[in-house]
Ligand binder design. Sequence first.
Ligand code: ZN
Length: 666
Amino acid sequence: MSISRTGATPVPTNADETVERTYLLERVGEAAVVQLYADGFEALPVNQRILIWHLYEAAIAGRDIFYDQRYAHNLDMRDVLEAILTHPSGDGDTDAEIRRYTKLFWINTGPYNNLTARKFVLQCTPEQFAAAAHAAAANGATFPLRKGESLEALLDRLKPMFFDETVDPSVTTKTPTDGRDILQASANNLYAGVTMKDVEAIQEQYPLNSRLVKKNGSIAEEVYRVGGLYDAQIRDVVRHLTSAIPYATEPTAQALRALIQWYRTGEERDRRAYDVAWVADKSSAVDTINGFIEVYLDARGMKGAWEALVYYVNATKTTAIRKLAAEAQWFENRMPWDPQYCKENVQGVTANVIDVVIETGDAGPVTPIGINLPNEQEVREQYGSKSVSISNVNDAYDRSMDEGFRSEFAWSDEEVARARRWQAFAHELATDLHEVIGHASGRMHPELGSSPQTALKEQYSAIEESRADLVALYFLPDPKLVAMGLIRAEDHDDVVRAEYENYARTPLAQLRRIREGTMIEEDHMRNRQMIVHWLMANTNAIEKRTREQKTYYVMLDPQAFREGAGRLLAEVQRIKSNGDYAAAQALFDTYGIHFDSALRDEIVARVDKLKLPSYTGFVQPKLEPLRDADGTITDVRISYPPDLTTQMLEYSEATRRSREQFRASH
Ligand SMILES: [Zn+2]
């Protein structure tokens, strides 16, 4: 699923019911703000709802940690912005600019674009900003002043952060162009005054969960733990996790206890014990990811950024995936390739399909669509890993998609209508087939000594992705899917057409992402280009047409499409099974890599006219506990306040006390 698009288009939420509700809430510059729904929450048993409540509180309690990790000035900047925003000055233009900037600041967790890592700045003048701040102060706003600091001095201190693009220009710089040190060139707060050379000279005791600081010529590790850095926030996280334990299943309770232990000591062995306990908890309906996890923020790739996700298993969709996995052998026996490449005991690849209730820190408001953890290779090999695909995020992306984007590349109104009705459903089923059946299928030639990766080298990923896509395209029209109850018979033709039409449009639409050169590097993109162009050259399934100087790829014949996909799949499997590097190279060189720059320019012009967003921030569900006369929580209510500002201010308010303690401590 790609990051998408403008314009709320309410569409049926499933094949049977029509619910009109808003997904796209607003556009802020190149960002879309989209509402996330957690429909299954209300159907969960009450103890699971209460469990989610406590985990949700833990997720909010740690949110400020990631703000501080991302930029040392972030929390002060946010408090200043929020103070002004909640006490508007009455100068309409300045207020509007501060609102715009603050929304981007929240979505990106600070002044750095999450895609490019580059800094963005306020576009009013420092004088206008100062006037707004003073007006807010006069209206009763409080500011994050240091001891003895005036409001003027505070604004002065933060002025370069708000206004100067050249001060701390990039949050993470893995390849500085000016030959600077990667840690020095990165503005994040995982290191202070430290260079790569300094780091190489020491042995870190807490590689994942410490900040390295150079003090008087030596390097100190400030450990993220109770009693260490972020003590106030971590204590709150631990308190909420502790409250969650009585409502958890035994495996979840064990994982939560292990997590608390890690937060207390910060020690590597306790982090590992937590990973192991978390992986062991495979069948609980409710789960959380909470801690210092992903390392993308660190140019060095070592320090974990804090994040939290709370989610429950989407039982309906997970059941569909398990159904497919249970039939993996049926599909394997009917693969359109040489029987010698069929596996005898094939196991479908399964992941849980989940709906998230909240994502904070490194995981929100811009969120992942799938996760596979833990990251430590040794734990994965010994104990396995857990994979989730985040259904309600995928769904919200799709339903907030701009109608103009769909229709721009569709040949007819009929195609647009079919896409609107079926594309999301069809794409989800095709993705399940790709993951569960496609990647699991096939076997190597018995005499091929080396692994396919070794033999196919840089062609391997594109071949493997093509194989999985082709398996999905080939089996989507199979009556077996109706027999399994995955599609209704009367919808089957439309679902197949919607997916084939979308698939044919994609190679055109994706050219918008390659604004320079005439070659495609990314493997998933190569795979789609190759399949569609091969079908165009070898079947009558897809035709290239032009209308008013616009190019279209029109899917004409689903039978020819399927037959062609089967033929190509047989060849792609042969290439993989035999490690036929030359054939793989020829296939992609002919159909998958090169494109015409004039066509790309045409596509870019068409897409730019639509002003599509380049990323999305999500507004998440809001939970509220219901209490009895003694204050005991008896149930939890979910609602959807469709407003980013309200939600962000609520989260900040919830951590005001720990933020003050944190400031007082250093
Ligand atoms: Zn894949």
